[in-house]
Write a protein that binds this ligand. Structure first.
Ligand code: ATP
Length: 133
């Protein structure tokens, strides 16, 4: 058993189905690197990139939080949203980043900072994943 089945699913449907030699991502408790045969695990995910190492390349998927379920032969990620690098709209992510930064700089009482911070994180994550494609 030297590969893992990987499935990344969102409320809109599956975004990624493939096999990988290693899956790395950021859980709330820190970086996780999953190899085939890993003990079963469920962990909440941060906004971040999922790196899928294959024999000849590494693929990147941007995920906006959710859960990771690990079984010895399979990794399933249930995410609020997920985009493969090639389906990211860079201009949209840059516009979302600029909008969030403007909110965060406004320093007005009626600004929802937590919401703007999360929007900024999602946008920066999408830009980073796009640049890795
Ligand atoms: P925006 O402000 O641009 O809508 P957002 O972070 O608020 O960004 P989400 O609510 O996380 O967007 O996602 C809504 C839907 O749009 C999801 O299906 C997500 O995959 C998709 N999406 C968001 N931003 C992008 C992007 N830059 N490129 C491709 N798909 C995107």
């Amino acid at each position: 058993m030297n590969v893992l089945k990987v499935s990344i699913v969102t409320p809109d449907g599956p975004v990624y189905e493939s096999e990988a030699e290693m899956v790395s991502t950021r859980a709330e408790t820190g970086e996780l690197g999953i190899l085939p045969g890993h003990i079963p695990l469920v962990a909440p995910l941060e906004i971040g990139a999922v790196r899928l190492k294959k024999a000849d390349k590494t693929e990147y998927v941007a995920v906006s939080g959710g859960f990771l379920e690990v079984r010895p032969e399979k990794v399933t990620i249930l995410a609020q949203s997920a985009e493969r690098a090639e389906s990211i709209d860079l201009a949209r992510a840059q516009a979302a980043k600029a909008r969030a930064e403007k909110y965060l700089q406004a320093k007005r009482d009626n600004v929802d900072f937590k919401r703007a911070e999360l929007a900024l994180k999602r946008a920066m994550n999408r830009i980073a994943v796009y640049q890795n494609k």
